[in-house]
Design a protein around this ligand. Structure first.
Ligand code: GTP
Length: 413
């Protein structure tokens, strides 16, 4: 399964304080510039879940850390399906690279991969401009290396970013933990957590919250960590969680995940705890569905979409658990875990799923409306044609939590 943009990665080169050369590296590695500066690169989506809002401001995720800590590898493995072994041949990044990830409307953001050493004192580096529009800052620490320098860099980066934008989520990936024993992992995490927080406390910045994750590109931990980072940037998350809770409790399902199929990031799950094994099984199931579909599901005339409206799969595990995957949108899948006896009421589950899908559509529609109004508002602000306070559009904004889903879900008995 590939995004429709595979092979063409969009990048941005920071040239000076104000000027950004916007363009992309194509397969022959030439940097081509968009003359009109049009950055809209969301995927076309016939399923009705595309984002028709060109010019929408997407949350920005920054990947920072020392040289060779693994930033580019993370981006390539999670978003470009690069196999972990291939990352051995990645060259060092020497300029800021930007990529738009627009798999579905809920998973839509920009990733900025920074070269190892950013000099905050370099006058040509406008870090204020960069941090101002940032949703999450991922700082990657190589756990197989001495991390004293990384910690001081983390401190400098976090304090600078916080001063510019206190809303940023600070995420620390303690990376390359594949070479460590379980005890060593816990010990490293504890030590890094303590030292980083002590440094912040010394600077009087104990209110800054750092979230720590143990990650490796050689297992699913990097996908799980990225899922959590992305989830924090989805304003509709509580609504999605709520919908999943209602769906599973009325259908006899034990656990359900809403997955972005392309990246295998789960954008929401019900409120019961997630264990790594369950998450890994879901990822494997998605791979199986896509692989089987690629091999047996595509006719020669088809342009090659292995995931579509018809996509669904049922896997019976040997512990009386059933895994059930259903297509929600062109880019989203619902993966559920349930007992065999609950699966006997498949009709009820399918009906409830239908209601769930409609509810997701409603959430999406509200989001589109909010974004449209925001765009309208900013256009008006720029053209100074209408005062901001009296804009009718602003009255249209309503909190996403206020959605009432009208679909009736039937209760499993
Ligand atoms: N063992 C292990 N190696 C990793 C992991 N992630 C990345 N690497 C390796 O780390 C090396 C550096 O990775 P890069 O992704 O180029 O690092 P970077 O941070 O982008 O480096 P710069 O571009 O120089 O800033 C590569 O050889 C990767 O194969 C991991 O999870 N485990």
């Amino acid at each position: 399964m590939t995004s429709s943009r595979e092979g063409v990665s969009k990048y941005i080169e920071v040239e000076d304080d104000e000027t950004l050369a916007i363009g992309y590296y194509d397969d022959d590695d030439d940097f081509d510039t968009f003359t009109d500066g049009n950055l809209d690169c969301s995927c076309e989506d016939g399923g009705g879940f595309s984002d028709p809002l060109s010019g929408e401001v997407k949350p920005r995720i920054l990947l920072m850390g020392l040289r060779r800590s693994g930033k580019s590898s993370i981006q390539k493995v999670v978003f470009h399906k690069m196999s972990p072994n291939e990352t051995l041949f990645l060259e060092s990044t020497n300029k800021i690279c930007r990529e738009d990830v627009s798999n579905s409307s809920f998973v839509s953001f920009q990733i900025w991969d920074f070269p190892g050493q950013i000099d905050f004192f370099d006058p040509t580096f406008d870090y204020e401009m960069i941090f101002r529009g940032t949703g999450a800052l991922i700082f990657v620490i190589d756990s197989q290396d001495d991390y004293v320098e990384a910690l001081s860099r983390l401190h400098l980066t976090v304090t600078r970013a916080y001063k510019v934008n206190p809303e940023i989520n600070f995420e620390v990936f303690i990376h390359k933990v594949d070479g460590l024993s379980d005890d060593a992992k816990i010990e490293k995490q504890r030590d890094i957590h303590k030292r980083a927080n002590d440094d912040l406390a010394d600077a009087g910045l104990e209110k800054i919250h750092l979230s720590l994750y143990l990650t490796s590109i050689y297992d699913h931990s990097i996908f799980e960590a990225f899922s959590k980072v992305v989830q924090k940037l989805i304003p509709q998350l509580p609504t999605l969680e709520n919908l999943l809770n209602i769906f599973i409790s009325n259908s006899g399902i034990e656990k359900a995940f809403l997955f972005d199929v392309v990246s295998k990031i789960y954008i929401a799950t019900d409120s019961s705890p997630v264990d790594m094994q369950t998450y890994e099984l879901c990822c494997d199931m998605i791979d199986v569905v896509i692989d089987i579909s690629c091999i047996y599901g595509l006719t020669e005339e088809e342009a090659g979409q292995p995931y579509d409206k018809e996509s669904m799969a049922i896997i019976h595990l040997n512990n009386t658990t059933v895994m059930y995957l259903k297509e929600v949108t062109k880019f989203l899948a619902l993966v559920c875990f349930l007992r065999e006896e609950s699966f006997e009421r498949k009709g009820l589950i399918d009906y409830n799923f239908h209601c769930f899908k409609n509810a997701i559509q409603e959430v999406f529609d509200v989001r589109v409306k909010v974004q449209k109004n925001r765009k309208l508002l900013s256009q008006r602000r720029w053209s100074k044609q209408a005062p901001m306070e009296s804009s009718a559009a602003s009255t249209e904004r309503r909190p996403i939590g206020g959605i009432t889903c009208q679909s009736t879900i039937f209760k499993s008995t």
